[in-house]
Design a binder for this molecule. Structure first.
Ligand code: CMP
Length: 144
């Protein structure tokens, strides 16, 4: 089993229930969940690898524009499987190449793209620690 960090971003937070059904249907289990609004400092730290890139300021502004839902998802090959489910970064491209993906369905463009997923086991460890502090908790159903 592998754990990945998933974020439902501000543009899709009100679609959490629909996304939760997809998550459940695709066989992920939700180990941890938090609904929070990031500060500028938190968003900047989370996306520190993108400091200096042309889209960084816009990304931080977007990620602090409203609540997000953060999930630690578990499944075999969770990192790859979640990235497959969310689709390509750019929602325009996602609609062309992966029309059933979450970014195709709920995102708008390259920045407002509905969901995030860790890109490697190292990132997943860092990102889960970032949001959940390494605290383990019992598996909670996303939909009760
Ligand atoms: P995410 O998976 O959260 O990882 C980094 C984020 O930066 C990405 O989703 C997008 O929201 C944003 N991003 C990545 N590339 C670009 C880009 N070329 N232009 C604008 N935003 C981008």
């Amino acid at each position: 089993m592998q754990t990945t960090l998933a974020i439902i971003k501000p543009d899709a937070a009100d679609k959490e229930d629909e996304i939760a059904w997809r998550i459940q249907r695709e066989g992920f289990s939700v180990k941890m969940r938090r609904r929070i609004t990031l500060t500028k400092e938190q968003a900047g730290e989370f996306y520190q690898e993108h400091v200096g890139k042309p889209f960084y300021a816009e990304l931080v502004k977007f990620m602090t524009s409203g609540p997000i839902v953060v999930l630690a998802l578990q499944k075999f090959h969770a990192i790859e499987e979640w990235r497959k489910l969310i689709g390509p970064t750019n929602s325009h491209k996602a609609r062309e190449t992966a029309p059933e993906s979450l970014r195709a369905l709920y995102g708008t463009d390259n920045t407002r793209n509905a969901c995030h997923g860790s890109d490697s086991p190292k990132s997943a460890d860092r990102e889960v620690l970032f949001f959940f502090g390494g605290v383990t908790s019992p598996s909670v159903p996303l939909i009760s």
